[in-house]
Structure formats: structure tokens, C-alpha cells
Design a protein around this ligand. Sequence first.
Ligand code: 13P
Length: 254
Amino acid sequence: MPKTKFPPLAAGNWKMNGTLASLKETEKLMRMLDGKSPACDVMICPPFTLLFPMGEQLGDSIIAMGGEDCHWEPCGAHTGDIAAEMIAETGASACIVGHSERRADHGETDEIVSKKAAAAHRAGLTAIVCIGETIEEREAGRTLDVISTQLKGSVPDGSNAANTIIAYEPVWAIGTGHTPTTEQVAEVHAHIRKELAGIVGEEEAQGMRILYGGSVKPGNAAQLMAVENVNGALVGGASLKAEDFFGIIEAAYL
Ligand code: 13P
């Protein structure tokens, strides 16, 4: 199994969930992780409104923080958008870009995702670039082609193992309770690693983390995280409650 340059990452994507009251979950997670040394990095990506208070709350704990999206420009007339530089100012160290919900809800193309990932890099953030096929694409036997196209279009020049993480999230596995088989995950992750070599070079491709996302739960985390070329998880629903997210970390990395 290629040894990536960095530990695996368990990242929670809170999506459009969470108010100030939800900070009690991060408080609880900090307590649960206190004195433990998981064999993974831990991160939470809350909605924009929680970045500042959560950043203060997390302080120098082992839990890192990321944004869920960013605009590609550093500032300007883009009502309602948030620049990567603004996210960096909150204490965040990463930003998700190209989540399938943004691709679907906001028409984000690979080109836009690539510009957003480059903006994250510009602001000193690690870009977590999401890719994944729909059920129609899988059933048509097009999964690997779709993944290749998304990777080539979404990973910008200047990407390397330190500033970029890939998240493979089959659209049909997100929020559905359905997960691919370990063979299907292994096939796609190996393909991603191979395709990355042509984009960022062999050495950076070997070092780059490739997360799996889509219905990761405490009960399936150990099995999914043990798959070759899986270097962590991007967790939606099960990251909202400290017990569940801790359960995933515990099952796979403690
Ligand atoms: P679920 O874990 O809720 O399936 O969501 C996965 C996801 O989209 C993470 O970005």
C-alpha cells in the first residue's frame, strides 16, 4: 500500500447543519479525544457562520477545521460568497471544494472547482477536492472515465501532496446508507492514484491522501478505511454527533 506523506484524515462535513448550540458537539469530541492519540488527523468543516467561534473553541486541540466551499476570487462584488482568504483568517487550515452537492445545486463545473482549489492554495489552505460518479454513470460502466475527467479538470496546477487531498464520494452513497463494496472502493481509489501520477507526478501522487466519503458510519468505518489506497474518510451525517464521529475514529484509527 503506498505510504502517503501524511497520516490518514477523518474529516467531518457538517454541510448546512449547525448553529452555535452545535459547538457542544465539538466540545464533547475534544473531551472524548483528550489523552488519545488517534493514528489519523481529525478535522471538522462547519458552515461558514461557525468558523470563527469553532476556531476559538478548538484552539490548539488536535482537531483541525476547514471551510465547506470558497469563491475563487480573493475579494470583490460576489454577494453571498466567501473568499478562501476569509476562511483562512478564522483559523481554518483546509477547504472542501467541488462537493457533489455544490456541483448539483450550484452548477459547479470541473473548471470552477479547479479555480476554487487554486484559491484555497493561494490562501494557504489545503484543498479537499471532491469527485464521484452518479448512479447512472456507474450503471453505464462509466465510473472510471468520469473520475478521470473530474480529476483532470478539478485538480489545478501547483497541487501537491501537502496542499491537496482528494475525496472520492460516489453521489449515490451520500446520505443514502448505501456504500460501495470494498472491491469497488479499491478499484476507484487505485485508479485515482494512477491518474494523479499523470497530473501531479508520481511522487506527489503517492504521497497524496485519498479519502472515501458516502455513508461512513462507526459500523463500517474499519472495513472501508482498511481498503488499499483509502487514506481517511469524509463524513457527513455521522460527523454531526460527537459519539458517532468519535466512533468512526475509534473503529478505524484507535
Ligand atoms: P454522508 O456521510 O452523510 O453520506 O455524507 C457524505 C458526504 O457528502 C461528506 O462530504
